[in-house]
Design a protein around this ligand. Structure first.
Ligand code: NA7
Length: 532
């Protein structure tokens, strides 16, 4: 057993959350260690190295705000930074704040068990090390466990088989290769046009067509950067109290109340405004079905203009769910790529993939020979990284079992029955339906303040009450039902054993959510049981 008694906290994960958490706990005079499975820092930006990977929130917003020095010295080069640049940024942060000395890389946490008598978490890693610490902070990410498609024979594919979320560090050479891409969410849509540049042939296997808006990416000029920097503090502050955590909010008014001509004009302007543009064109697009339908109709017409083959365009046109209720994708040349001679679309709802064989994919009784198969099939979203660890709380109760009917938490920060275990952007908080970096900073600040307050009080145990947790989950659900989000079948929803959906992110707005968290802290951590 390692001599780690002096540690105050283990932080699991060295992405945006874990890096800042370590910095913040140091500021509070606490001794923390980060355990990270990857062989480098970066979290999601370490693993997701697929071609075309980039953020869909402007770089100048998708970065830390906690250090004015960092903010002014780092120069983003593109409006939407690509994965290598974001990874470099996080590596820079780790060096600049001298974080690396307290990060243990290549260390996968397999189990965490609460010891009520000792008031410690016993944390086990794959290499057989055990850490005993008072506090365990899950900075494990909302989208970090890759989901493999359940297709017969896939494990027997003899070509290159690569999941976008676990991409080889040395890259993949597509030159002259026959490539299949399964999945048309954000990752598939980003990867396809880049792969098609080099590959001999690309077959895109689509199950649900996604709405996608042009990223309108471009290099950032010094004038762009100066314009933001001159008002950074105000923009950051406004984002913190906004609905989604972006700079600038939705335009006022209801889409349905405007004339078709005025609406068309506004949608057209929003279309060119980048990934956060279209859904911000009117403030009611995510709550009013009729208004939403006008935006969906606009986006569908764009697809029909961009994709030249009418049959392919028909297959790629999303129907049956509101625009924005599934993650709105951001594209750079995706629809145009579909017009290339070397790219074909297979609608697997019309012609399902029967099986994968050693050298290809069988669809409609015919084998399509492939050299490489790219799985852009998403994640065990929001709960996957937590349930993958064998977490046992009070009385040996497993988190996996407690969450069988969907995840339950208080504020997305803690779970009843699991004292002293914090989650950064856990289910029940805005997380994936917000600017993640902003939400991460808010959680990390809150957790650090909370631990500081416990230390000041001489307390050593904190746990949400079951009642507070229940009230919060009811609230999360009630708020979700006032929006259009639950009207689509998405990874935002967990499932109960009897098949009901549980909406996981909190969609009451990042501003109101922050106020709630702050008020709860100001009221002596209302809803939490604190003990010495
Ligand atoms: P997503 O958004 O979960 O997309 C996964 C895609 O893979 C989606 O189109 C799925 O279709 C498809 N899929 C999954 N399993 C299969 C099978 N078995 N057959 C065919 N197609 C399948 O993941 P992404 O990585 O693209 O993006 C995740 C987030 O990362 C994104 O929102 C950003 O925040 C960053 P389905 O829709 O389930 O029918």
């Amino acid at each position: 057993m390692a001599a780690t008694k002096a540690l105050d906290a283990i932080i699991i994960g060295a992405g945006f959350s874990g890096l800042y958490m370590l910095h913040k706990l140091r500021e509070k005079g606490m001794n923390a260690l980060v355990l990270e499975a990857g062989h480098g820092v970066g979290g999601t930006w370490y693993w997701n190295r697929y071609p075309g990977a980039r953020c869909d929130i402007p770089s100048l917003e998708y970065c830390y705000s906690f250090s004015p020095e960092l903010q002014s010295e780092w120069q983003w080069t593109e409006r939407y930074a690509a994965q290598p640049e974001i990874l470099k940024y996080l590596e820079h942060v780790a060096e600049r704040f001298d974080l690396n000395r307290d990060i243990r890389l290549g260390t996968r946490v397999t189990a965490a068990e609460w010891d009520e008598a000792a008031k410690l978490w016993h944390i086990d890693t794959a290499d057989g090390t055990r850490f005993d610490v008072p506090y365990c902070i899950m900075a494990t990410g909302s989208l970090s466990v890759a989901k493999m498609p359940d297709i017969p024979g896939i494990e027997g594919f003899k070509g290159g088989l690569h999941h976008t979320a676990d991409w080889p560090r040395k890259g993949v050479d597509f030159t002259g290769k026959r490539v299949g891409v399964i999945g048309t969410g954000s990752s598939g849509i980003q990867a396809v046009p880049v792969i098609a540049e080099d590959a001999a042939q690309v077959v895109v296997y689509q199950r649900t067509p996604s709405f996608a808006v042009p990223a309108s990416n471009r290099p950032l000029t010094q004038a762009d950067i100066t314009a933001i920097r001159s008002q950074y503090d105000r923009l950051r502050e406004e984002a913190r109290s906004s609905f989604l955590g972006f700079f600038g909010g939705p335009m006022p008014g209801a889409a349905i109340e405007q004339s078709p001509e005025d609406r068309e004009k506004r949608f057209e302007e929003a279309w060119g405004a980048g990934t956060t543009g279209l859904l911000q064109a009117y403030e009611d697009l995510l709550i009013n079905e009729e208004s939403n339908a006008t935006a969906a109709d606009f986006a569908r017409r764009k697809i029909q203009q961009l994709v030249k083959n009418p049959e392919t365009a028909r297959r790629m046109t999303p129907t049956g769910y509101p625009i924005g209720a599934r993650r709105l994708c951001s594209e750079i040349g995706y629809f145009e790529a579909m017009n290339r001679n070397n790219v074909a679309l297979v609608d697997v709802r019309e012609t399902p993939i029967e099986r994968v064989e050693a050298d290809g994919v069988v669809v409609g009784g015919e084998k399509q020979p492939l050299d490489i198969l790219v799985l852009a099939t998403g994640f065990h979203a929001m709960t996957g990284a937590l349930t993958k660890i064998d977490i046992k709380g009070v009385g040996g109760q497993k988190l996996k079992d407690q969450w069988r009917d969907g995840p339950r938490s208080y504020l997305g920060l803690m779970v009843s029955g699991f004292p002293n275990m914090f989650m950064v952007t856990g289910p029940g908080s805005p997380s994936v339906l917000s600017n993640m970096v902003l939400s991460i900073e808010q959680h990390v600040d809150w957790i650090a303040e909370c631990l500081g307050a416990l230390n000041a009080k001489g307390a050593s145990r904190i746990e949400p009450t079951a009642e507070a947790e229940m009230m919060w989950m009811d609230h999360v659900d009630a708020v979700a039902q006032t929006t259009l989000f639950p009207k689509a079948n998405t990874w935002y929803q967990g499932r109960t054993r009897d098949g009901r959906n549980v909406f996981m992110p909190y969609v009451g707005g990042v501003g109101p959510y922050r106020d709630t968290c702050n008020q709860i802290a100001a009221q002596g951590y209302k809803g939490f049981a604190i003990a010495s």
